[in-house]
Design a protein around this ligand. Structure first.
Ligand code: PLP
Length: 434
């Protein structure tokens, strides 16, 4: 049998055989809604021959190996639980190695939750410039921390988010060189960067020396929501799966896994060219339209503008952006966009009037830490108006999603400056320890 697309073939042939299904899921391949009927037929459980995600040694393992070859990683573990599950897996691995975790302050709440679940505390690095959603970080800040930890005899790992929600990327090559100089590991939240490996210049973290990174396939490639991949520089998929299964459902969706294999097959068979032609088209569009573009990733089409107003103008023309705040509007592009989509995008953008971005107040000094994150999160809590939060300790973080980037972290205290900073980003209520 051709080793290609074995998960896809298995699901198709199982659906076509019209077996008497005496197993989960209880829909037995039948749909209540004809629009979804094929999806139900293809939705199965770990029946004979279907392999099993967390102990993969069959058709899923083959798909994962193809993924690793595409990205040049030593292991690529599929996730039907998004990058969230991949982040939990990589942090659990760091925990077993007893590494001190150093992280940029620009993180998704999935990272914070994973640290809380694993009982890991974080040494934060604050940005030199920018805000917490999209900060510019100096290599020196990381080096200082790594030097200090090395002197203390501690092993470390560094975690950064790149690209961030606005499409800014960090110096991953520089960070990986730095980490390896101090015997530390580099972990990259590349949830927004699955396509980076296929740009004209490969800018994927695994190509730039990262030790681990997660890619939300569903964010940047044609995959169902929930499809993601944890890449590793080490041939350690079975070990990583052990950590991932601690957090993931024991029933990962075959539909999501199939959609990952569909994307892998598509990339192998010409999809990479689509990524590059999209890159060319968007670069040309940026040249033609004189907006104040920001961000380094071509697929995050980000304008420095009053995004709230801009997003409304887009909606009036039947276009829906990914994210908007007072500083910007982010439109996420797909390699499946055709000429027609691009000309529609161009005419919509041409018709919009950009009102200037409203800059946020300066980033306040780091908030005071009152207790560890886990203690704060697992304490009795109450939700109160942000204005009344001065002097209170943050329990779980309350952040709008997107971008789900926490500002004051669990265990830290709200002060006047952070309250006005968070107000600027539209936060109204926070959850505090009782
Ligand atoms: C930067 C970042 N990291 C991680 C995640 C979590 O990814 P997923 O939704 O695939 O679990 C997100 C989701 O929006 C994100 O934006």
């Amino acid at each position: 049998m051709d080793i290609k697309n074995n998960l896809i073939r298995f699901l198709d042939s199982y659906a076509d055989k019209k077996m008497l299904r005496l197993h989960m899921p209880a829909h037995h391949g039948k749909s209540l809604n004809s629009m979804l009927s094929r999806a139900y037929e293809l939705d199965i459980t770990e029946i004979s021959g279907a392999d099993s995600l967390f102990e993969a040694d069959g058709i899923i393992a083959e798909g994962e190996q193809r993924t690793a070859r595409l990205y040049g990683s030593d292991a690529s573990c599929w996730s039907a639980g998004g990058s969230t599950l991949c982040i939990q897996g990589m942090l659990a691995k760091m925990r077993t190695e007893n590494r001190t975790l150093v992280s940029s302050r620009t993180v998704h709440r999935a990272f914070l939750n994973a640290c809380i679940l694993l009982g890991i505390s974080v040494e934060w690095i604050f940005p030199e410039r920018g805000d917490v959603i999209s900060g510019e970080y100096a290599l020196e800040s990381f080096e200082e921390k790594l030097q200090f930890l090395t002197k203390q005899g501690e092993k470390a790992c560094v975690y950064v988010t790149s690209p961030d929600y606005r499409g800014n990327v960090q110096d991953i090559a520089g960070l990986s060189e730095l980490c390896h100089k101090y015997n530390a590991q580099l972990l990259v939240d590349n949830a927004h960067g699955a396509h980076l490996a296929f740009l004209a210049k490969n800018r994927h973290p695994m190509n730039l020396g990262a030790d681990y990174c997660c890619d939300s396939f569903h964010k940047m490639l044609p995959t169902l929501t929930g499809g993601a991949v944890l890449h590793s520089r080490y041939d350690n998929a079975p070990e990583l799966k052990q950590y991932m299964q601690m957090f993931g459902s024991t029933s990962p969706s075959y539909l999501i896994m199939r959609s990952i294999e569909e994307a892998v097959a598509w990339l192998e068979n010409g999809g990479k060219k689509n990524v590059q032609s999209t890159e060319k088209k968007v670069n040309a569009l940026r040249e033609r339209l004189k907006y104040n573009w920001i961000g380094d990733d071509p697929f995050h089409l980000t304008i420095s503008v009053n995004g709230l107003d801009f997003a409304e103008q887009l909606r009036r023309q039947s276009a829906e952006p990914e994210y908007a705040d007072k500083t910007c509007c982010v439109m996420l592009l797909s390699p499946l966009m055709d000429e027609n989509d691009f000309s529609r995008l161009e005419s919509v953008l041409t018709a919009c009037e950009p009102f200037p971005a409203e800059l946020p107040p300066p980033l306040p000094k780091p908030p005071k830490k009152a207790c560890d994150m886990r203690t704060a999160c697992l304490s009795a809590w109450e939700m109160i108006p942000l204005e009344q939060a001065e002097g209170r300790i943050c329990a779980t973080v309350q952040v709008p999603c997107p971008p789900a980037v926490p500002m004051v972290m669990s265990g830290e205290m709200f002060d006047k400056n952070w309250i006005s900073y968070m107000k600027y980003f539209g936060l109204k209520e926070v959850i505090v320890v009782k």
